[in-house]
Design a protein around this ligand. Structure first.
Ligand code: CTP
Length: 393
């Protein structure tokens, strides 16, 4: 399944490095040509000779004393994809910062091919705010993060931080390289709309755009042609076309005018239902007394899409607080193919988090509850469902 593919395997210095040889073997068995690049500390956990024996090529260990003049750019250009496994906290931090002080990071910066990164570290280090920040940055840059799992860690600890199994890394890589969404035209909306009250103030909501970004990034990494219509900062990655909007009306205009050119529309945006009837041209002053805001409804973008003749495959979102009954109702009444519901009052599932616990509903009301996952992983499973439903016609 990876026949003829050139894969660079970057190995950094954690105990899970011992699994890198097995991972390299699985890649070779899947038909890939594999070349390794390892950090100095990886050498404490696995011998270069072992990787050389499995791949047939001596790994790159540094910038100097290598046969190539520029080993990192050679590898970067050669790669159809790069895997970094295990990725330690230090390697993740350096990559997020673009700090290429070793051949592994330099190769990752020098490649324009997709990168799959499998973190491995102690639970505390994984949960640390700096690590989470760096992972979120890399994810937004288009790096696919797989894992980590829960399990036994070095020193007898148990918890999240264990490197995901090599088979799952190969599967994630294959999905990216095979491009199971190849050629599909996707439109994603993201972020919360802002409805002007006056030139300074607006009616808004807490949506950060992270879930929509994850849905867009995942689709793009799997070969889809993606347009992201968003009010939020967008990832600058993988050729995603970004259309910046602010209001529900602007989002509606952009979405509706492009919908006939889309195969799938995912409405992850939190769209205001009401806006001020009149937005003041001048800033309202406290001295003018209590303002009186008259509201009017905004366009229902999803309803407009659902009513289209020959409409695209439609995915709605429903951020509920407390119970998902509202999401189930929306799934069966809004004319969508799938509806993703989440309870924003649950820990780890709110706005602006990097994780989400969602339930995916079909229009007949059948529900599939997913565990708490990173938004990117949840997006991955959502795209699996979309792909399968579309192929069943
Ligand atoms: N949506 C939309 N246009 C709107 C409001 C919402 O397209 N004006 C979309 C959202 O992007 C989302 C779905 O509709 O995919 C459900 O949004 P939500 O606000 O939960 O739905 P409402 O029907 O507005 O329900 P509620 O009464 O809970 O606000």
């Amino acid at each position: 399944m990876l026949t003829g593919r050139n894969i660079v395997l970057g190995v950094s210095g954690g105990v899970a490095a011992y699994k890198a040889a097995y991972l390299a073997r699985r890649l070779v068995e899947a038909g890939a040509a594999v070349r390794c690049v390892m950090t100095e500390s990886a050498g404490q956990f696995i011998g270069a000779q072992t990787l050389a024996a499995v791949t047939g090529e001596h790994p790159v260990e540094g910038f100097w004393d290598e046969p190539e003049v520029s080993p990192h750019t050679d590898l970067g250009h050669w790669a159809d994809a790069m895997i970094i496994a295990p990725a330690t906290a230090a390697t993740i931090a350096k990559l997020a910062a673009g700090l290429s002080d070793n051949a592994l990071i330099a190769t990752a910066l020098a490649t324009e091919s997709p990168i799959v990164l499998a973190p491995a570290m102690h639970t505390e280090m994984w949960n640390n705010a700096a690590t989470q920040r760096n992972v979120a940055l890399l994810s937004a840059d288009g790096v696919t993060i797989v894992g980590p799992d829960r399990g036994a860690l070095a020193g007898g600890d148990v918890g999240p931080g264990r490197m995901i199994e090599p088979e799952e890394i190969v599967a994630a890589l294959s999905r990216i390289l095979e491009g199971d969404l190849d050629g599909i035209r996707v439109m994603v909306t993201a972020g919360g709309t802002r409805e002007a009250i006056d030139p300074v103030r607006y009616i808004g909501n807490r949506s950060s755009g992270k879930m929509g970004n994850a849905v867009a990034l995942e689709a793009a990494s799997r070969g889809a042609q993606v347009t992201l219509i968003t009010t939020a900062p967008a990832p600058d990655a993988l050729g995603i076309e970004v259309i910046a909007v602010e209001t529900a009306q602007e989002m509606a205009d952009q979405t509706w005018s492009r919908a006939t050119a889309a195969d799938v529309v995912v409405m992850a945006a939190a769209v205001a239902d009401f806006r001020p009837q009149v937005a003041g041209e001048e800033k309202m002053r406290r001295a003018d007394g209590m303002p009186h805001l008259e509201l009017e409804p905004t366009p229902d973008i999803l309803a407009g899409l659902a009513g289209m003749e020959d409409r695209p495959f439609l995915v709605g979102f429903a951020a509920e607080a407390g119970s998902l009954d509202g999401a189930l109702h929306k799934a069966t009444t809004k004319g969508v193919d799938l509806l993703v519901g989440n309870d924003v009052s649950r820990p780890g599932s709110g706005f602006a988090t990097d994780t989400n616990e969602v339930t995916i509903y079909t229009s007949d009301g059948a529900a599939e509850h997913l565990p708490l996952l990173s938004k990117r992983e949840a997006a991955g499973l959502l795209w699996d469902r979309i792909r399968d439903m579309r192929s069943q016609g």
